[in-house]
Write a protein that binds this ligand. Structure first.
Ligand code: FES
Length: 633
């Protein structure tokens, strides 16, 4: 199939995200939800077998809802229709869709997890360039090849040719090899990883084989299943990182392992069981077994990758923040407790330092920054730690700035993670603020992108001044907001929604303290960017592209990031979201060997700038505490 045809085929498929299982299914555009769920283990009630007459196959559409069909108008009441309830057998999936199939009223418990990604360099790897980490070769052994007593392995080597002269096989494969050869009448598929024969399978398996990508987030773990034949993403699923019970961020988890002698083993075990859960879910949905998975690639921050490998990251807790290693590793997945084919390999991405992990290197890989010779790229992965890179293929710098949890909506009075009820976006029109709430329900709080948007708009309207003080507006045009600026404990706070209109029954405020927390976070990131700019001796106008990665990066309005001074005063048009670029970089490695080499080269090429010891960083930090006077709006 030509590249053009592949592209065409891809555009005819859309994603269906099924909550609360958080199952991501790639389906043909136009199929019904009922058809899409047919081969999953999601239970949809029905008395009519999908004929559209019983009215029992109700699901809630969380994303944009299309008008109801005639059957839905007949079988559902007005209240249900308004809430976005539809019949699975009557609703066609014509665009990416998020649905909820759990108990009514519990929608609030699911997370909005970023699992999509956009690659700037190549939107996908063309079929002709698919060269996965594991190879499969059809091997036909001539009937007389062993007449002189040639060993099974040597016979396979001989047919594979000189490239596999040094072929070896693990004992797990050798123990079954004689039987497998007989079962397949000496015509089979050799599964090869470098100079290792991983398995010998039936000839019919020649065009099968799958690989996994794991994005090891501190709060969320994402698993993606890929076909190693065509590079197609077959499924995506995610879950909360079970380590969260021992602390929300890396620092508290490092503290946990300091306090508990078996802390590292516990963290390793929790992470591995999450990855096994994701694997199981993906396999079940795709109708595969663990023996179909030959390889996996994992990317995460340095602490998370250490936990996966059962290594202690304790050195990262204190200066000089030294991890055990920064190399990318290739290990047997089974040795780490991962449930895949017994000889499957796990690749962990190379890292740069204690706070520049395999996730940032994956983002840099997906951004194509090292291929860029002339234009300057600024990449930001925004979270509790803001990780940045700046430069191009001539010189590339990276640093990590401790932004604190505000950008993730944590430690904010009405802050929350991006789940149902969180305000994720704010706009202003007709003298009113309009809130975009996840799940289209009453707001309960603000997540990171909502916080950034709200503060940017209030700055624009003069309700927050450039020093960060909330003040009653004096512009006539925004007088309607005056009643929202309320004095509490001697300072002004901004009332977002009253108790009556909120989903929690409690008023939602943006407090003066919240604005200060955001100022600290954005000042840390902006100071990090400025320090790297100084190192490269460039100005803001020299930056050609700004790429945002991570959950906040995907949902935040670029204009808002510039307005609050989180990002330098660039033209917002050059700011693009890379989505979940960490998993995209890892997927590139999975599907083409050249990217594993590139990731390694990138780790050596990129230069780490340690901010904690730099006086200029502290000066920039103080300078960026205020909001820009310039109104980018
Ligand atoms: Fe009966 Fe959908 S299954 S209406």
């Amino acid at each position: 199939m030509s590249t053009k045809e592949t592209k065409k085929k891809k555009t005819r498929q859309v994603w269906l995200n099924v909550l609360p299982d958080n199952l991501w299914l790639k389906v043909d555009k136009g199929v019904s939800i009922w058809e899409a769920l047919e081969y999953t283990d999601i239970d949809i009630t029905s008395d009519c077998g999908g004929m559209g007459t019983c009215g029992k196959c109700k699901v809630k559409i969380i994303s944009a809802v299309d008008p109801p069909s005639a059957e839905e108008e007949d079988l559902l009441d007005q209240d249900e229709l308004e809430q976005g309830i539809r019949l699975a057998c009557r609703t066609k999936i014509n665009h990416d869709m998020v649905i909820y199939t759990g108990e009514e009223g519990e929608e609030g418990d699911f997370l909005k997890i970023l699992t999509t990604s956009h690659v700037i360099t190549d939107m996908y790897i063309p079929l002709s360039q698919i060269d996965p980490l594991v190879d499969k070769k059809l091997v036909i052994l001539p009937s007389d090849i062993q007449k002189d007593g040639l060993s099974d392995l040597d016979a396979i080597k001989q047919v594979l040719g000189p490239k596999y002269r040094d072929l070896r096989a693990p004992l797990t494969c050798l123990r079954k090899l004689t039987d497998r050869l007989k079962e397949t009448a000496f015509q089979g598929t050799a599964i090869l990883h470098e100079q290792w024969l991983v398995d010998w399978q039936n000839e019919s398996k020649a065009d099968c084989g799958y690989g996994l990508v794991f994005d090891l987030g501190t709060s969320t773990v994402v698993g993606k299943l890929f076909s190693l034949n065509d590079g197609n993403e077959v499924g995506v699923t995610s879950c909360l990182n079970s380590q969260s019970r021992h602390g929300a961020d890396v620092i508290s988890r490092l503290q946990y392992i300091k306090d508990h002698s078996r802390g590292v083993a516990r963290m390793h075990q929790l992470l591995v069981s999450d990855l096994n859960l994701l694997t199981e879910h993906l396999l079940k949905t795709a109708g595969l077994t663990k023996d179909d998975i030959f390889v996996a690639v994992a990317a995460g921050n340095t602490t998370m990758q250490h936990f996966l490998l059962n290594l202690s990251p304790i050195g990262i807790a204190e200066a000089p923040f030294s991890p055990v290693l920064t190399d990318g590793l290739i290990e047997k997945a089974a040795d780490l407790g991962l449930k895949m084919h017994e000889a499957a390999m796990l690749y962990t991405m190379p890292m740069k330092s204690g706070y520049i992990g395999g996730d940032l290197l994956s983002v840099a890989l997906a951004s194509g920054v090292a291929e860029q010779q002339d234009e300057i790229i600024l990449g930001l992965d925004l979270g509790t730690n803001g990780e940045l890179f700046l430069g191009n293929g001539k010189k590339l710098l990276t640093c990590s700035a401790a932004a604190g949890p505000a950008l993730e909506g944590a430690k904010i009075s009405s802050g929350m993670i991006a789940k149902a009820g969180a305000i994720e976006g704010v706009s202003y029109g007709s003298h009113r603020l309009k809130y975009k709430v996840i799940g289209n329900i009453k707001p309960r709080g603000l997540c990171g992108s909502g916080l950034v948007d709200l503060i940017a708009i209030l700055l624009h309207l003069g309700v927050i001044d450039d020093e960060g003080l909330i003040v009653p507006p004096d512009k006539q045009t925004v007088k309607k907001l005056t009643s929202k600026v309320v004095k509490r404990n001697g300072v002004y706070d901004f009332l977002i929604v009253s108790a009556k209109d909120s989903g929690s029954g409690k008023a939602v405020y943006l407090t003066q303290k919240d604005v200060r927390a955001l100022q600290l976070a954005k000042a840390a990131i902006a100071a990090g960017v400025e320090t790297l700019m100084d190192e490269l001796a460039i100005g803001v106008s020299d930056i050609d592209h700004v790429y945002l990665a991570g959950a906040l990066g995907n949902y935040v309005d670029p204009l808002s990031t510039v307005r609050i001074g989180l990002i330098p005063q660039v033209d917002p048009k050059i700011i693009k979201s890379l989505g979940n670029a960490a998993s995209q970089g890892a997927a590139m490695v999975l599907l083409a060997k050249k990217y594993w080499r590139k990731a390694d080269q990138l780790a050596h090429f990129i230069q780490h700038v340690e901010l904690s010891s730099r006086r200029d960083f502290n000066e920039h930090f103080i300078g960026h505490m205020y909001f820009p006077k310039q109104n980018a709006w």
